[in-house]
Write a protein of this length. Structure first.
Length: 284
């Protein structure tokens, strides 16, 4: 339990320090280029959503079952913001009126909260396999979260949150990792059953953020600034960066898993099954 709590604290701290460091050194540049960085964030979120959807379909008992959870995430988040007007609020007051919604930071925060609960379950299950495997998983989550939280910070700033509020909300939402980690430590069987639904719901929610918030904003900004190529470049950069992070993280954890299986096959297999396997190593 101590290792799990330490791992969660490390992930939360890394996210906070990463965002704070970026703002401290690049604050003025970020303010001048927020619209470009939202396009960068769109690339990051698209790749995260794709990976989560792929994981959902890969581990679902059938493609239809996995797809149902992804669609469920899309429908759920859309309904929340359409049927509860008070929950849906636009912060960006500086852009022209447009029939499409402006960036809504709350959609991003809600999606990230679900995502972080899944990360907590992943960490708890990884430490159930073995301590070394747990720390390799922590390293993977750290890198992934660092890129995602910085991207989320760009989106929140563009959505109209001031710097202090954007950082505070980032930290508070990152704390939802404790729900998954502590809950799965005490109720591992129950929480590992939530793995697939959380994957699907998060993937669907991120697709909503991508389609309804990030892409419309990037298109409007590129039309206004007449800088299509720059927005496309930043979008591609975000997507390629996240692809590289996910690829490296996957290879690292797979290598550690194979080494554990070679050294302690009986113990590793038993614990892996009890932890709710199969885990793909990329439940981010």
């Amino acid at each position: 339990m101590v290792y799990i709590l330490l791992a969660c604290a490390l992930v939360m701290l890394a996210s906070f320090v990463g965002v704070l460091s970026v703002w401290k050194h690049l604050g003025e540049h970020i303010e001048r280029n927020l619209s470009m960085l939202v396009s960068f964030s769109a690339g990051v979120f698209l790749l995260i959503g794709y990976e989560l959807a792929r994981e959902t379909l890969e581990h679902a008992p059938s493609a239809g079952y996995g797809l149902a959870w992804i669609i469920g995430g899309i429908v759920l988040l859309s309904l929340i913001f359409r049927l509860i007007p008070a929950f849906h609020h636009h912060h960006d007051e500086h852009e022209e009126t447009h029939p499409h919604p402006r960036i809504d930071g709350r959609r991003v925060l809600l999606s990230d909260g679900i995502h972080n609960i899944g990360d907590g379950i992943l960490l708890s299950a990884a430490f159930a396999v073995s301590t070394p495997f747990g720390w390799v998983t922590v390293a993977s989550v750290l890198v992934h979260e660092l890129v995602q939280e910085i991207s989320e910070f760009f989106v929140l700033r563009q959505a109209g949150y001031d710097t202090k509020r954007a950082i505070t909300l980032n930290v508070l939402v990152s704390a939802t990792i404790l729900i998954g980690a502590i809950g799965s430590f005490f109720l591992l069987d129950l929480f590992t059953q939530l793995k697939l639904p959380l994957l699907g719901l998060t993937a669907g929610a991120l697709f909503v953020v991508f389609v309804y918030d990030l892409i419309p904003h990037s298109v409007r900004a590129s039309q206004k600034e007449t800088r299509w190529l720059r927005h496309i470049f930043w979008f591609a950069l975000g997507a390629f960066l996240m692809f590289g992070v996910q690829t490296l993280a996957s290879h690292s954890k797979e290598s550690d898993k194979n080494e554990q299986a070679r050294l302690e096959p009986a113990r590793f297999i038993a614990l892996h099954i009890n932890s709710g396997a199969p885990w793909s190593g990329r439940f981010q």
